[in-house]
Design a protein around this ligand. Sequence first.
Ligand code: FES
Length: 173
Amino acid sequence: MATPVNAQAPSPPQLSDKRYKLLEATMRRYGYQGHALIESLHTAQEAFGYLDDFTLRYIAKSLHLPYSRVLGVATFYNYFTLKPQGEHACVICLGTACYIKGAPELVKAIEDHYHIKVGGTTEDKKLSLLVARCVGSCALAPVAVLDGEVAGKLQPEELLARVRARVGEEVPA
Ligand code: FES
């Protein structure tokens, strides 16, 4: 018997991520109806900075829609960004709390160091830089999410050091 496309259901550890709670709240508000699809994709995009396969499958399963339909909508509209090309992703939150606490300086530090703009990927495809509109951890503002790991109360130098370590960049002694 064929395996249903929605069989790869999200696993519980990922769902403890606060960003999924934001997404869950949107879907609940619409009673998990199919017409919540665009709104749910918007919420996910704003919370994660992009839409990865796991999240698309999660939305499909929750709204009882075929994965193909969800993927089709996500790829049709320019507003939505699928998982970035970089080996590593740095998503900086530009929601109000993070913005006030200095998130624009975090963005600038990464842009200047790697010579990329938001939405861009370094030439060696090691790093993609994205922004989100609230990742649900406002108490830790300003926040960045590195490869899915939330880091809070960041200063630009600290974020840069973390990103450099993650991409395996040699840091001069
Ligand atoms: S505004 Fe950045 S986590 Fe909420």
